[in-house]
Unconditional design. Sequence first.
Length: 324
Amino acid sequence: MAGDSEVQQTESGKDVCELDATGDVDPKLYPKRIIWKNVILLSGLHVISIYAISRAAHFKAFTVTLGIITYLLGGLGVTAGVHRLWTHRSYKARLPLRILLMICNSMALQNSIFDWSRDHRTHHKYSETNADPHNATRGFFFSHMGWLLVRKHPEVVRKGRGILVNDLLHDPVVAFQRRYYVPLAIACCFVIPSLIPWYLAGESLVNAYLVSALRYCLTLHATWCVNSLAHMYGNKPYDKRIHPSENILTASIALGEGFHNYHHTFPHDYATSEYGMKLNLTTAFIDFMALIGLAYDRRVIGKEAVNSRKKKTGELSGLADARW
Ligand code: ST9
Ligand code: ZN
Ligand code: ZN
């Protein structure tokens, strides 16, 4: 009951006031608190990005090339780093690769590896429920970026507390990034990528910053498409009872992360797809790292298991009931 509610606090002292006295969710106390700081920052980023596009003809080729390279590096910090390595443990990486991926991940500025992984593990376990941080049943905009503009649903926090994160807490690379996250992310995402073309190619600092901001904005949208587009549109060859779908557009812009029906069915496959390296730059990157000895123990789901799952629950299986 609303009247029984009390303000509870997390370990770092933040209140989770939407839980009632029993720790259950009181629906009357949710929705939703808009985080105006995030609304202003993300709106500002979009205004700057549109302005950057309008000035594109003034940018030096060096700056644009660096923008593309940092899109790919930041993207790999998300896909090969926080997603496939730290969240799903779908392969193992030696220390130099973990450090490289942590720096690339900081370049993507998408929350610390710890927070991102905890949210993503929660997303997989409780997909399309209130405990899913970007629950796609709340609509396209919410699952795309709206979830970053409001306080989390209390179920995310409550159920998320049961998610195991010991491996993340014991990884010194993850701990280092978490500790110095704000300065590290600002330096890797904006400061260094703006200084390089200014220093090496005589680009103006304003132009160099505009390209960094545009690249950041594009990386965010490519990532968010996995939660929105790939949870709404596409085929479901592996499990038709779930929302996640094979979305080729998303796979193309998100370095191979759009094969989402496969990924939610077999989350521990390091390729996140049945088709290995096809449209999947991240898988090619991990394979190259394995070739030079920096990645190992890549987990793959066998053909037989994939085919038998397709027959049991895929679109062509004849299985009738959808979960939703
Ligand atoms: C961004 C992230 O964009 C994007 C992630 C997308 C994931 C996509 C996955 C797809 C697969 C991979 C594809 C990659 C493709 C890449 C392509 C690249 C080319 N469990 O969070 P708080 C507790 S970030 C357990 O503050 P609020 C916890 O105790 C963009 N507990 O919630 C915490 O306390 P403590 C930039 C949890 O206050 C407390 O709750 N960033 C969990 O409701 C409060 O946590 C932004 O725009 C959990 N899961 O605020 C905004 N969650 O501190 C950044 C929470 O002790 N975020 N708790 O840990 C925020 O400002 C806030 O998180 C908020 C919610 C406003 C969204
Ligand atoms: Zn998903
Ligand atoms: Zn995943």
